[in-house]
Design a protein around this ligand. Structure first.
Ligand code: FES
Length: 152
């Protein structure tokens, strides 16, 4: 079995097909930008893109992602060629969003999927979409400002 992560084809050993995508990313491919928070789908720290749609990698098994393109925070800039960092990452820097930073990769992956699907979300739509991504530092206002900065 093979899966595509950030444009790279990765062979999956037979004994790893039933691990979570989160564990596979962190422990086998060493893409540690995707974080383990709760492990039960409640915090959003592990958010990645599956064919451009935000998904919880702790709730996704490697065997479920055949013919699906996985994008992690490490590959997000590849989805906006020629712009350096992805515009959402640039907005995060401009707004000084992170505090401890632990949840921020997941926040950025959710926000970038939202803006890809809906380039001009309302404040209510931003709140609704980001509702499942928790931040113990309480950076929510800065997160909303950064998303609004990118919104067209
Ligand atoms: Fe996956 Fe919390 S670690 S949602």
């Amino acid at each position: 079995m093979e899966i595509v992560i950030n444009g790279n084809v990765i062979a999956v050993p037979d004994d790893l097909q039933n691990v979570t995508l989160l564990d596979f990313l962190r422990d086998f491919v060493m893409l540690t930008g995707t974080k383990f928070g709760c492990g039960v789908g409640l915090c959003g720290a592990c958010t990645v893109h599956l064919d451009g749609v935000a998904a919880r990698s702790c709730q996704t098994y490697v065997s479920d992602i055949i013919n699906v393109e996985v994008t992690t925070i490490e590959g997000l800039d590849q989805t906006s060629p020629g712009e350096g960092l992805h515009p959402v990452q640039q907005a995060w820097i401009a707004e000084g969003v992170p505090q401890c930073g632990y949840c921020q990769a997941g926040q950025i992956m959710t926000a970038s999927a939202l803006l890809h699907r809906n380039p001009a979300p309302t404040d209510a739509e931003i709140r609704e979409e980001m509702n499942g991504n928790l931040c113990r530092c309480g950076t929510y206002d800065r997160i909303r400002r950064a998303i609004t900065r990118v919104a067209q």
